[in-house]
Ligand binder design. Structure first.
Ligand code: LLP
Length: 425
């Protein structure tokens, strides 16, 4: 998210987000505070849909709600025809709460129980199986009408090793050498409707990678269709579409990505007589990352041999830097446009030395009481936040497309943190 985009602006030294003074919102609602722009979410969704649809009509977005599972966000996408990718029964419930039609929810879990499959199958929610063992477990209960398997395409790509989800080191999916017998078993069990899925990794900015995944999955689908004698209703190339986190990063060229993917898709379908299956893409990050900023407050500044800026937005709120060494741009919302004055490490309240959201970052000089704004906080921020050190999780605010402020998740309280405890005195 580049500074001075229409979403992020410096007005008289203050950060305006989607037209609203962020420092005013920090005072009004307190921090940590996540603020999401509905306008940006709609733009992101429309951009990706129009890029693909103009190349291929039979196209479907399944929003991967793990990126940001707030039902208000999902509903904005669902109202525009988007489906969802869900990974747990909890996520199934959220998608249903948000009004997503059952047949537009794809349950793509790994290592879940027979009861979890039963929950999805009872509700006629399509399932994408991560392994033959998972399919056999589901069969103990019932045979789903529609069956998809997750292919491990043999290669993957992600911004960090920790977010590569395919290839020989990945726990996900089924290698090509073993996937044939999965479909053979499904056919033998009487299944009539089929799909196939792959997901190679996250935050990828190269269109060629998505084209390569598409070629691979259509090739494998072609071999399966021929050998087993089945038709595919959909081919799902997963998510992974990236966004720039550093000011100097470039955007993913979505027009070129769509064109390359669809070219390869058509080619693959033609070569193997696959017909015109639905092409599904499952973006999480691309839809939500840059819709949201995270505001925090500076509670202490230590200037010894190193400078530490102590805040209320540590790794309990934003774990990505500690977990992957991920980068998020940080602005001082009440000192916009000030020159940087040396390097500082921005830390939180957690009793771990991994608790930093930026290390040795050039920033303007800050004081206690200042408001920090972390950019690209819409994906994998709240959804990966936790209550370590018994600190309640933040609040989520939506700026609607008409400029209204809607609290879409209240701030947790100390009592919420204790809610599941049974204390035996
Ligand atoms: N579909 C499946 C089956 C997935 O496992 C994922 C993400 C997605 C779609 C969406 O991927 P996206 O479009 O958001 O890249 N926590 C990490 C990202 C892990 C992604 C895992 N799977 C992070 O904070 O960068």
């Amino acid at each position: 998210m580049a500074l001075s985009s229409e979403l992020i602006a410096n007005r008289h030294g203050r950060l305006y987000f989607d037209g609203i003074d962020a420092t005013v919102l920090a005072k009004k609602y307190g921090t940590p505070l996540l603020i999401t722009s509905e306008r940006r979410l709609i733009d992101n969704y429309s951009r990706i849909v129009s890029a693909f649809r103009k190349n291929y009509r039979n196209f479907r977005i399944n929003y991967a709600i793990k990126a940001n599972p707030n039902p208000n966000i999902i509903a904005i996408i669902a109202k525009r025809g988007g489906g969802t990718d869900v990974a747990s029964v909890g996520e199934i419930d959220i998608a249903l709460m948000a009004g997503v039609p059952r047949d537009r929810i794809m349950f793509s879990p790994n290592n879940v129980s027979a009861e979890d499959f039963r929950y999805a199958i009872d509700r006629h929610i399509p399932v994408n199986f991560d392994d033959i063992g998972q399919y056999e477990l589901a069969l103990r209960y019932a045979n789903p009408d529609l069956v998809s398997f997750r292919l491990n395409p043999g290669f993957g790509k992600g911004e960090f090793p920790g977010i590569v989800t395919a290839g020989p080191q990945a726990k996900f999916g089924i290698p090509e050498t073993h996937i044939m017998k999965c479909y053979a078993l499904a056919k033998k069990s009487g299944v009539k409707r089929f799909g196939i899925h792959a997901m190679g990794g996250s935050n990828v900015l190269s269109p060629e990678y998505f084209a390569a995944i598409t070629s691979r999955i259509t090739e494998v689908a072609g071999r399966i269709a021929k050998k087993i004698g089945i038709e595919f209703e959909f081919i799902d190339i997963g998510g992974g579409l990236g966004v720039p986190y550093r000011n100097e990063d470039h955007d993913l060229d979505i027009e070129r990505t769509a064109k390359l993917v669809v070219d390869r898709f058509r080619d693959g379908c033609d070569k193997s007589d696959l017909g015109n299956p639905t092409l599904t893409v499952e973006p999480g990050r691309y839809l939500v990352a840059d819709t949201t900023i995270l505001l925090g407050t500076v509670n202490n500044v230590k200037r010894y041999s190193k400078t530490f800026i102590g805040t209320d937005i540590g790794m309990n709120v934003l774990i990505r830097p500690a977990l992957y060494n991920a980068h998020h741009e940080i602005l001082v919302a009440n000192r916009m446009g000030r020159p940087n004055s040396g390097k500082a490490t921005v830390v939180g309240q957690i009793c771990e030395n991994t608790d930093a959201i930026a290390r040795d970052r050039s920033l303007p000089s800050v004081s206690v009481g200042d408001t920090l704004a972390v950019l690209n906080a819409g994906a994998y921020v709240y959804s990966m936040s936790n209550q370590y050190n018994s600190i309640p999780r933040p609040m989520e605010l939506l700026i609607t497309k008409t400029g209204k402020e809607l609290v879409m998740r209240r701030r947790e309280t100390k009592e919420d943190v204790l809610r599941t405890v049974i204390f035996h005195k």
